[in-house]
Design a protein around this ligand. Sequence first.
Ligand code: TYD
Length: 213
Amino acid sequence: MQGLFITVEGPDGAGKTSVIQELVPRLKKIATRPVVVTREPGGSRIAEKIRQLILDKQNTEMDARTEALLYAASRRQHLVEKIMPALAADEIVICDRFVDSSLAYQGAARKLGIQEVAAMNLFATEGLTPALTLYLDVDSDTGLQRIYRNRQNEINRLDVEAPQFHQLVRHGYLKVLAENPERMVKIDARQPLADVVEDCYDIVIKRAPNFFQ
Ligand code: TYD
């Protein structure tokens, strides 16, 4: 694969969506090749159906391993249909959440084990790993406050988990970060949005100068 694969990660309320919305147009202006922005399920029909099962508030009896397997299945389909072809075509792919989300949410917060969930995802990704992961770090109090303030975002099944769940998610991310210092960069997402975007922009260009003018 010759393209550039970047993922954006963070606990709920970190502001990933807003950051990506502001970051991408700026990167597009200086990119030397097409920029594809995606998020799981990424418009894949099959991945979308799997995702609906996971996020359905009625599925309260869903087992944690089932949830982890379904995320990996949805991820696989999105990878094959969208990410792999773009990378093969030498493009820049920016993906909102990827395997690290499963490590933090299912591995750490649902207590399945980060190593176990990583191993299961390895099967789904065949080892395809982002070149760079922008980890937007926010403490769980700030994250939760933002979710509830911003009510127009639909509150899904995972958002209604107890505050302790959100803390476990963040700790999970911090563990994954400690184990992947070359790939993951932590950005303080409590800063004003413009500053977070600026940090992300600088890091991307510094890490992948060949893809930008
Ligand atoms: P989503 O609507 O994509 O929210 P966000 O804008 O925060 O990304 O919902 C994703 C939810 O699913 C979010 O709470 C994180 C969770 N999630 C996992 O638990 N495991 C995963 O592998 C992924 C991709 C997401």
